[in-house]
Design a protein around this ligand. Structure first.
Ligand SMILES: *Cc1c(COP(=O)(O)O)cnc(C)c1O
Length: 251
């Protein structure tokens, strides 16, 4: 598909599609460069385009431009965009990256490739039980609050180490790894200790009861700090602004 066809399908001006294509290409190049600088194979890194708060038209165009993974913060918004793109026969992998309320779990079963934001044992249990009843296995990440920020969700690192057996032994879910968010620092290099500690925690958990061939995802890095995250072993980066441009307000 050329930009004009994409613009038509998405319902966007061609210039906007061209600008999106440019930003996406720049981010791809920069992700690959960060991987190479860290002595890693760029193919190890999954680029998730965070389309939260943006219209389905932008998500549509990004998928047509070759983005295979989309991240969303809110359940209803994700499901609406999923339906919209499905109607256009577009089927990217959908990642839920925002805080998930227990009462929304039932709408999600069977509709995500990966849930990054499991932040409590109760939430994990609810998801496990509903997935089992549906005869499905849901892939999840445990969100860890490495920097101990009061404003952020997530497990305390010690809490994860102490409860790893319990998290590993639930049917209906498969714990694939960890997700973290670094605090917003003045300089992105200040994120390194947070990402570094998360990498160490990930390795410790992989050596324990959660360890398996499928415990292999480390989701960290956003528009400001993905290079640092990649240097610290991130396998999945969640990038919104750098791909899509500034977001409309969160509403
Ligand atoms: C919004 C969001 C992102 C993307 O943020 P950008 O700074 O726009 O790249 C990544 N992860 C989570 C959890 C988010 O909520």
């Amino acid at each position: 598909m050329d930009n004009e066809q994409i613009a038509q399908l998405a319902g966007l001006p061609v210039l906007e599609v061209a600008a999106l294509a440019n930003r996406l290409e720049n981010v791809r190049r920069s992700v690959a460069a960060a991987a190479q600088a860290a002595g890693r194979d760029p193919a190890e890194i999954t680029l998730i385009g965070v389309s939260k708060f943006l219209p389905a038209s932008m998500a549509t165009a990004a998928v047509c431009l070759g983005l295979h993974d989309l991240g969303e913060n809110r359940v209803q918004e994700m499901l609406a965009k999923q339906d919209d793109l499905s109607d256009k026969d577009l089927h990217p992998s959908w990642h839920l990256i925002g805080t998930l309320q227990k009462n929304k779990v039932k709408y999600l079963i069977g509709r995500t490739a990966l849930i990054h934001s499991i932040d409590s044992a109760e939430l994990l249990e609810e998801l496990a039980s509903r997935s089992s009843k549906a005869g499905l296995v849901t892939d999840v990440l445990l969100q860890v609050n490495t920097a101990h920020e009061a404003t952020k969700h997530g497990f305390d690192p010690d809490e994860l180490l102490a409860n790893a057996d319990r998290f590993a032994s639930q049917s209906g879910i498969r714990v694939r790894g960890l997700m973290t968010m670094a605090p917003l620092f003045e300089h992105p290099d200040q994120t390194r200790p947070v990402f570094g500690q998360t990498q160490i925690l990930f390795a410790s958990l992989a050596a324990g009861p959660l360890g398996s061939d499928t415990f292999n995802i480390l989701s960290m890095g956003m528009s400001q700090d993905y290079s640092q995250a990649i240097a610290c072993g991130a396998t999945h980066v969640r990038i919104g602004t750098a791909i899509f441009g500034p977001r409309p307000s969160q509403g």
